[in-house]
Write a protein that binds this ligand. Structure first.
Ligand SMILES: NC(=O)c1ccc[n+]([C@@H]2O[C@H](COP(=O)([O-])OP(=O)(O)OC[C@H]3O[C@@H](n4cnc5c(N)ncnc54)[C@H](OP(=O)(O)O)[C@@H]3O)[C@@H](O)[C@H]2O)c1
Length: 258
């Protein structure tokens, strides 16, 4: 299995789920990992697993005004970054098509603007590396339109485009831009789901897929294949998705009148 070794990495969303599993795995492979999240206690607990290879940097990636101070604190920890994996994110569903703007903004703040802020913060330190890498966690939910996922799915679709555009913009540089699209992973984020999650995998297995994909130089890392393959097929033939799938999973039967 391909591995990432001896790099200096920054991982956001490290206080739980996929980000946490990635920190543990990559620290175990002798990388120096800066782990971020808002919950300092959870990060401090994580650091105990490899105190010499894990440093913690608590920050709110959705807070645009904190980017400058996060950058200064990053610079105190390292003079360059070989890689960033932006895992920080959130999920809220729009039940019954309420279209509450505040909820949409919360989701976009973490999932989209959080990644923009992370890249802004990291770019000068990535520029100081000989083989810089920037990866962010999208989702297979942006491949086909799921009911109730208007906010979450569109924040991830916007992220797909953002990363592709950054990739186009930096094609004459050494920066490697990577989109990671997991299927269902067993984490606190999916614990709220009240529907069947086909091919659910553990956060540790997700971290394995991500490290393997990054080490192999992939630009898009979709997993697990058993879910990504049929979804990509249905994403291509979208009329089939609407005809055969959404009619089975949508819960709305009548439009709300007030
Ligand atoms: N689980 C899945 O099935 C799945 C599938 C597809 C994609 N994803 C994506 O994978 C990523 C990780 O998800 P997960 O399942 O591991 O979820 P999780 O266990 O809930 O972890 C989310 C992480 O993001 C951090 N976070 C959230 N908002 C933040 C903010 N404003 N600033 C800084 N950190 C913030 C949280 O830390 P604090 O609370 O400490 O800030 C936490 O560490 C997300 O982007 C998610 O959309 C997950």
């Amino acid at each position: 299995m391909a591995e990432i070794r001896d790099k200096i990495l920054w991982i956001t969303g490290a206080s739980s789920g996929i980000g946490r599993a990635l920190v543990l795995r990559l620290a175990d492979h002798n990388n120096f990992v800066i782990a971020s999240g808002r919950r300092r206690e959870a990060l401090a607990e994580l650091q105990q697993f490899a105190p010499t290879r894990i440093r913690i940097l608590d920050c709110d990636v959705a807070d645009d005004s904190a980017t400058a101070s996060t950058f200064e604190r990053l610079k105190d920890l390292t003079d360059h970054l070989d890689g960033v994996i932006a895992c920080a994110g959130t999920c809220e569903y729009d039940n019954d098509l309420q279209l509450e703007t505040a909820m949409y903004r919360r989701v976009f703040d973490a999932n989209f603007f959080g990644v923009v802020n992370t890249l802004r913060c990291a770019l000068p330190l990535l520029a100081a590396s000989t083989s810089p890498l920037f990866a962010a966690l999208g989702s297979l939910s942006s491949v086909v339109p799921f009911p109730r996922a208007e906010a979450y799915g569109s924040s991830k679709a916007a992220l797909d485009y953002f990363l592709a555009s950054v990739r186009a913009d930096t094609c004459h540089t050494d920066l490697k831009v990577v989109l990671v699209r997991p299927g269902f992973v067993d984490t606190p984020l999916t614990a709220q789901n009240d529907f069947a999650m086909p091919f659910l995998i553990s956060a540790e297995r997700a971290a394995e897929f991500i490290e393997e994909g990054l080490a192999r130089g992939k630009s898009v890392i979709d997993f697990p294949l058993r879910l990504s393959l049929p979804l990509r097929f249905l994403g291509f033939f979208r009329s089939l998705w609407f005809r055969f799938c959404t009619t089975k999973i949508s819960r709305i039967r009548t439009l709300r009148k007030s």
